[in-house]
Design a protein around this ligand. Sequence first.
Ligand code: NAD
Length: 399
Amino acid sequence: MAKVCILGGGFIGRFYAESLCGRRSKDSVTVVFSRSESSAVRFANDYSVLHYFTDMEAAISHSEADIIVIALPNFQHEEAINLCVKHKKAVLCTKPLGRNAEEALRMMTTCEEAGIFTGYLEDLCYTPKFLKSLESVKNGAIGRVLWAKSRETHPGPHSDWFWDLNLAGGGAILDMGCHCIEISRSFIGKDIKPVEVMCWADTQVKPIDAEDHAIGLVKYENGAIGQFEVSWTFRGGMDLRDEIMGTEGTIWLNSWLRTGFEMFTSGEAGNYVVEKAESSSGWQFPVGDEAHELGYPNMFIDMFDAFENQTAPSETFYDGYVVNSIIDAAYKSAKTKQWEPVNLPIWRGQTGLSKPSVFKEYDQEHWFIKDEILPNGDKKVILKKKVSGEIVEIEILKS
Ligand SMILES: NC(=O)c1ccc[n+]([C@@H]2O[C@H](COP(=O)([O-])OP(=O)(O)OC[C@H]3O[C@@H](n4cnc5c(N)ncnc54)[C@H](O)[C@@H]3O)[C@@H](O)[C@H]2O)c1
């Protein structure tokens, strides 16, 4: 059983507590830190937490806190991690790990040098749909992954600090691109090096210094492409979608809108429907088990199992640092309008890969391009002559 201290009693702190205490669990939240006493008390009452604090260090150093969960605004992650190092406490940090790669690298190396257990709380890499798809991809169901696209768009976050460029460290790219990038990276292979990024970003609607909309391409060393689409200007709720295209197949995932649960309501009751829903009347798209569909319970199972067994969880501070490095390159590219290299002073995956050959032999004289059964049952095979390079077709009549 892990005794958990949650730092931050806000939006994500509550989702975490809900996932840890809202169902039968062998772990318990014993300590909470929140900025204001009223929020700390309310959180403690809601989740039967024995000890609450408005002093972060008092919460981290408490004897009933074995593992610290950072659910604080981005600008406080490093401060909290340094206190965990000081008190030699295991620590799990929400996304993004840092406001930039420099911060993330510092957090990762400080913890590694101190020898404390760490985990990166990237929940969208633990959703039931993601886990099952990843298993299929690893089993070869869609062949070699060529393009992994991930989208998170909604009408914008729920607290002031997100909208302050200095406090948050970025806009929609940092806030949501971190999810999309890690999703794509997982499907392409986390040991495949991201090499360069091309990104468009703009502030289209909100009066803020950061970007509220962006689209980016991440090129990997094996020729695969990751794509992220993020927006704080999207209307209609929260859109979480992924598309993975491989040489042998395709996967489409829709995790929030249109998941097979549709409800019409006059709105008389005016209740909460689902995260970031923009209306509580008319046709609604609720989600059966929000915490589970967002991956939180599976994420904590992996984290606490790894903590108990002293192994690494699937999502580590190293992953958080790689994601931050890709994001830094995206911000640079949005300014320079060029492909920008991903700067990874520490890289622990494969190196020296190149794009696989596109040549597949059909017979001694031809390379294979494609075949297709026509409506009348005949088959056409499109080929390229090895010597002349000429493209030809062969028709095989239906017997
Ligand atoms: N899917 C996800 O993994 C997910 C979703 C939402 C947020 N997050 C991350 O969780 C972290 C917290 O986000 P949130 O949505 O819970 O934010 P929030 O504003 O709802 O809550 C922040 C919490 O931190 C506390 N706090 C302490 N000092 C503060 C300060 N100086 N200013 C503001 N708050 C302070 C607040 O009291 C509050 O309890 C962020 O890093 C965010 O990126 C992750």
